[in-house]
Design a protein around this ligand. Sequence first.
Ligand code: MN
Length: 298
Amino acid sequence: MKLVSFDGGRIGAVAPQGLIDLSDLAEVAADFWPPVGMSRIIAGFDALRPEIEDRLRTGEGRPLDTVRLGPPIPWPNKVIAFPANYHAHIDEMRAVGRLVSRAPASGQGFFLKANSSLSGPADPILLPPIAGREIHHEGELGVVIGKGGRAIRADRWAEHVFGYTCLLDMVVRGKEERVMRKSFDSFCPTGPWIVTADEVPDPANIGLVLTVNGDPRQSASTRDLIVDIPSMVAMASSVMTLHPGDIIASGTPAGVAAVKAGDVVEIAIEHVGAMRLDVREAAIGDHQVWHVGKEVES
Ligand code: MN
């Protein structure tokens, strides 16, 4: 099943005959703020599933291209992200002196991205106008938590993963705090939908491809993850309670590189989906913090 957020706060599922509206099942109005409808659908999914499946069989669909898709989960409790989680990416970062920590994700843990950096498949990536800085794409598999919990054992991971989505972990390269460099608005595109876990036969062996203007940049399989999905769930939940709708960015493979305004970034993940994102320069986003200790041209 493919679940989407669309037209502001509406929620739907994608059927062969088109988009089926499920907004009423969230029990919060589509224009309710904060937009927690999808989180509620995920939390109540086991009970809602028969009704959703019935609507998918019998409902009248509308064409997907007549709506504006948003980030599937616009208001998660948290976005957890694993750095340096593919050996080949660690090697490329070390080669250019960008790897601060010596330890890969297995000995380094995870960080958080601001939830407000989430954007959807119809939204452009907005580059803050920071002179002299590269802003890189990191294509990643997004893992969506279903049933929450604390201290989840790795061998129980499948009971807690609701589904998967395409995710980009955009980042300003530099030595400032990682959360700041990765949390600009639009720096966490997700979508185009959440595909439920039952549609992904083996999440430990799915391909991810990222292109920029049609040129291949990143190509990998989740079989090369250092910290695999079960271990990510275990590690994250050893620290914090996971809640329905939490998103885990699973780390990026080799091939990260700068993007510039006018580029088109496309990410495609096997069994999950694909999305195409325009890159534009934002009018705002610069601050003196990016230039402290560096020569600034006037
Ligand atoms: Mn990343």
